[in-house]
Design a protein around this ligand. Structure first.
Ligand SMILES: Nc1ncnc2c1ncn2[C@@H]1O[C@H](COP(=O)(O)OP(=O)(O)OP(=O)(O)O)[C@@H](O)[C@H]1O
Ligand SMILES: [Mg+2]
Length: 336
């Protein structure tokens, strides 16, 4: 837990995190501690106002960067007066997504109910720098709805409002870095957590690597971590290795096993058989073979279910040349 000065109630707004907490979150303790230590130091430096601190969680896709940022928020529920979560991957999600409108409505609700009362919407709008743009029921005017972020930006930059955290999630390509920098409010306060696949300089970098063996076993074995037989444990160890200790792939494997009521040993057999059929003497790194085979199995079984989206997002880890081919038979292919 962070040691914090008393919160600035004036700027406290309810948190709206974009995802639920993972009930089976495993490992990553060192990273969570390092984040806490760094942000606490920055907090202590300036007494009651918080100095700007930026942490970049850096690592390849599927290693669990976003989940670490989320877990950090859940473990420190009282640390911040406000938390904003911005997706940096797609330009359209940055400035005018429904999410930012929700964030803005949250601010409007905060101002209108806490400080002004039902009949004082105009004052709340002025305070947010968007005079005349807040309607009854916390609706925002058309002009602001198109680009809600600048209003939030201005609010975050206010001098006394220093105890917020902004998560900029998902820097994937070099162009995203510029977009991320533009998102940082022009002030010297606030905590910012960036998740990134690309190298970003200047800030505190925390490298996210493959998951450790013990945490991988926890992820794969779940509730049976303590009680699993020797055979199951060995199969889980082999599976973790074949999947490169990649949390995304391991989570996908667990979902497949649950859906197919398959045990670890059977799943491993299937995975290895799929890998052997597909790869004969190729130079693809072993973990990629395992990861692709894992998704191939999932795709074959789940094409018609709503898990295809997560498989498609999982394929991004392997790079843009990988995609699901739907017809005549469903399979994952590498193009180019
Ligand atoms: N610590 C963890 N414990 C259990 N499962 C995890 C953990 N971290 C990640 N996962 C699983 O892996 C999936 C991918 O994680 P996440 O989205 O955080 O990866 P990422 O590094 O942010 O990837 P990308 O670069 O594509 O955004 C999660 O949806 C979850 O199922
Ligand atoms: Mg992510």
């Amino acid at each position: 837990m962070l040691q914090l000065p008393a919160p600035f109630d004036e700027f406290k707004v309810p948190r709206q995190l974009p995802y639920h907490r993972l009930t089976n979150f495993c490992g990553q303790e060192n990273i969570l501690h390092e984040m806490g230590d760094f942000l606490t130091v920055s907090t202590a430096e300036k007494g009651s106002a918080w100095k700007r601190a930026v942490i970049v969680l850096q690592g390849m896709g599927g290693l669990g960067k976003s989940q670490i940022a989320l877990e950090y928020m859940f473990r420190n529920p009282e640390a911040y007066s406000a938390v904003f979560w911005v997706g940096a991957t797609d330009p359209s999600t940055v400035c005018d997504s429904g999410r930012q409108i929700l964030d803005l409505q949250m601010l409007i609700a905060h101002y209108s109910t806490k400080y002004y009362g039902e009949d004082k919407f105009p004052d709340g709008a002025t305070d947010l720098g968007i005079p005349g743009q807040i309607m009854r029921g916390c609706e925002v005017g058309e002009a602001v709805a198109k680009t809600p972020w600048p209003s939030i930006h201005r609010w975050l930059a206010r001098e006394r409002n220093s105890r917020w955290c902004l998560v900029v999630d998902g820097l994937n390509v070099p162009e995203d870095e510029e977009r991320m920098r533009a998102l940082l409010p022009a002030c010297d306060h606030g905590h910012i957590i960036v998740t990134s696949r690309i190298t970003v300089t200047e800030f505190k970098i925390i490298e996210v690597l493959e998951m450790g063996k013990a945490s991988s076993l926890k992820l794969l074995l779940g509730d049976s971590f303590e009680t699993a037989s020797e055979g199951t444990r060995e199969a889980a160890e082999s599976l973790a290795k074949e999947l490169g200790f990649l949390p995304l792939a391991m989570a996908q494997a667990v979902a497949y096993m649950v859906k197919r009521a398959l045990d670890m040993v059977e799943y491993l057999k299937r995975l290895i058989s799929n890998m052997t059929t597909r790869y004969t003497g190729e130079t693809t790194p072993t973990y990629r073979k395992g990861v692709v085979s894992c998704w191939q199995l999932s795709v074959q079984a789940l094409m018609e279910s709503n898990m295809t989206n997560s498989i498609t997002s999982g394929l991004r880890v392997l790079g843009p040349r990988w995609r699901i081919k739907r017809a005549p038979s469903t399979r994952i292919e590498c193009h180019g």
